[in-house]
Design a protein around this ligand. Sequence first.
Ligand code: PLP
Length: 358
Amino acid sequence: AFNFSAGPATLPESVLRQAQAEMLEWNGAGASIVEMSHRGPEFIAVAAEADADLRRLIGIPDDYAVLFLAGGATTQQALLALNFASPGQTVDYVLTGHWGKTAIKQVSPYVRVNVAASSEANGFHDIPPRDQWQLSHDAAYVHITANETIHGVEFRDTPDVGNVPLFADFSSSIASEPLDVSRYGLIYAGAQKNLGPVGVSVVIVRRDLLERSGQPRADIFDYRSHVARDSMLNTPPTWNWYLAGLVFKWMLAEGGVEEFARRNAAKSALVYGAIDASGGFYRNEVVPAARSRMNIPFFLPDETLTARFVSESKAAGLLALKGHKAVGGIRASLYNALPVEGAQALAGFMRDFQQRNG
Ligand code: PLP
């Protein structure tokens, strides 16, 4: 079976097998990694290796700190305001889908949000052109959602926002292609799509930004405290961190982000190809230049056909293709761990289903 879940998402089988064995006993230590103290030498080595591997995989410069935190991407969305903007200060958000809305909601109690550009009026089907963004002159940062998991809209270029730090939610596209981290002030991602299991988030932050005073906050909400304690201010999600580390090693061994960029381009071309060749039987409403390589929402002519597509694809071993309830239809998520054969199987199923029902 191929698993097209949007997250928690498919993981490499070799990683799951290794984790299964090490769940019982890690590295001859007489105990599972989940039974060991995060302050012991074994887990500290696992954590340091994950950090080094992620830095190598993504190409994270030394002047950026990397954090592995509990709380998910939504928690990071709220922490952005507390850590980097003073009370009531303006922050700029570019709204291109559901997760941008969540990001705005999380900071609204703390700051003044300027929606610098939005594609909501056209149903979140594109990215507003950069020259139409109404950026504030005094914003603490500019926030974008690099890939909108539900609406299937992806920034294909890093926008230039001048000297204001660019913050980006990369939850559903991190490590899917080469990325110039130095163009960003901060990148955050929940792990449960491309990086590993749910329960840990990665935050990559330019160190000089941590000197900003932000807002009054408990130290558990303070990125500086987490950096000072190597993400071990309190008990970290050790199992999730360890599993993410195995996924980083797998991605490096497979050829790194360049190789995943090739595979992801091939996979998305197969599925968009089946949509575009269907003569309108399948519809994806996103403008081609903003189409996501990771999440492809598409629609069939009616609800009966949609329900039939979901049940027949499942029976054919193509799992979790039902669209998000906010938009309906079908959604195929094609993260790094989904093999090219999965996209081939889906494109073949789509053609066959159309022939039988079109
Ligand atoms: N941002 C994006 C782009 C997402 O896809 C998701 C979840 O799917 C989130 C944020 C929320 O992540 P979490 O559930 O880890 O808080």
